[in-house]
Write a protein that binds this ligand. Structure first.
Ligand code: PEP
Ligand code: MG
Length: 322
């Protein structure tokens, strides 16, 4: 089987009937680019930059961050690299942030919220990212969006820092794209409003499932309820993908769902064309796409969207994957 997976390494990611799919990698450290390229990723769909912030007791400096982001941009050459701004606060809590006990960290100062509360930390990162954008095709991604003001504030910071860099004669990509993670249910429902102000979106199913089902993604006691095949979750995904499609803006998915080969055809049927996952999942998902036929997938996925419960959905999923 391993040999077979290796054989498809260089094959283009298209379905049997010619639907093109983009397969990109999720990484946590610059060194991970190597594994992404070995598994023929067409870019980085999610660089979880917060891992740079968990290593030391102190915040990484602008220089340290610039080096890390530049290293990824250079390693991926002309391929797109989506770098997510600091997403700390819920499951990942750095030592320098632990003084404050939040009543419910998952509903507290996480992702972009923490960045809004710590503008100096955020602006240092944005400056490092902009400087690195001169060395490759970097795009920015904001995590945990729940209010449009978070996008507007981020744009204000970006414009301000761009003006500084221009004044200092430091190179950066003037047209750097800004995207947002859709992982809070309210943002999923109002995704059109966010898309009016963003260049692209990425669906974070890990959190979207957690928040829409009110199931802690790390609590074993309720893990049987953490189910991507929940009808409500599927309807949310369908709504996000169709809205982005209608608006002509790219939507990718970077949660674990995108890297689960048993769900690849379902996601294709929901209209998803951009998948980002751990590098080791890339070829397994590609194998699913190469044998998929949209004509066969669509009617089954339509039935899935009408299913009442997970049991019906599982029966239909089996049909889809046969
Ligand atoms: C997600 O929530 O699906 C996601 C990709 O982000 P993280 O797992 O880092 O929260
Ligand atoms: Mg998330």
């Amino acid at each position: 089987k391993q040999a077979k997976l290796q054989d498809i390494r260089t094959q283009a990611a298209v379905t049997l009937d010619g639907t093109k799919v983009e397969l990109t990698a999720n990484i946590e450290l610059p060194e991970d680019c190597e594994l992404a390229l070995e598994n023929s990723a067409s870019g980085i769909g999610l660089f979880r930059s917060e891992f740079l912030f968990l290593k030391e007791d102190d915040l990484p400096t602008e220089e340290e961050q610039f080096e890390a982001y530049r290293q990824v941009a250079l390693a991926m050459q002309d391929k797109p690299v989506i770098i997510r701004t600091i997403d700390l606060g819920k499951d990942k809590i750095p030592s320098w942030q632990s003084e404050r006990e939040a009543p419910n960290p998952a509903l507290g100062l996480t992702g972009i919220r923490l960045c809004m509360a710590e503008p100096q930390m955020f602006r240092t990162q944005l400056r490092a990212l902009l400087r690195a954008s001169a060395f490759g095709k970097i795009k920015l991604l904001i995590p945990m969006l729940s209010a449009l003001s978070e996008v507007k504030q981020t744009r204000l910071h970006l414009e301000d820092i761009k003006a500084q860099l221009r004044e200092e004669g430091i190179a950066f990509d003037e047209h750097i794209q800004l995207g947002g993670m859709i992982e809070v249910p309210a943002a999923a429902m109002a995704v059109g409003a966010f898309l009016n102000h963003l260049d692209f979106i990425s669906i974070g199913t890990n959190d979207l499932i957690q928040y829409s089902l009110a199931v802690d993604r790390n609590d074993d006691a309720v893990s049987h309820l953490y189910d991507p095949l929940n009808p409500g979750v599927l309807h949310l995904l369908k709504h996000i993908i169709s809205t982005a499609d209608k608006m002509g803006k790219p939507a990718s998915m970077c949660g674990e769902m995108a890297g689960d080969p048993s769900l690849s055809r379902l996601l294709l049927g929901l209209g998803l064309r951009r998948f980002s996952m751990l590098p080791i999942q890339l070829l397994k998902v590609k194998q699913q796409l190469l044998t998929a036929e949209m004509g066969r997938i669509k009617p089954i996925v339509s039935k899935m969207l009408k299913a009442d419960d997970e049991d019906q959905l599982r029966v239909l999923l089996q049909q889809l994957n046969n």
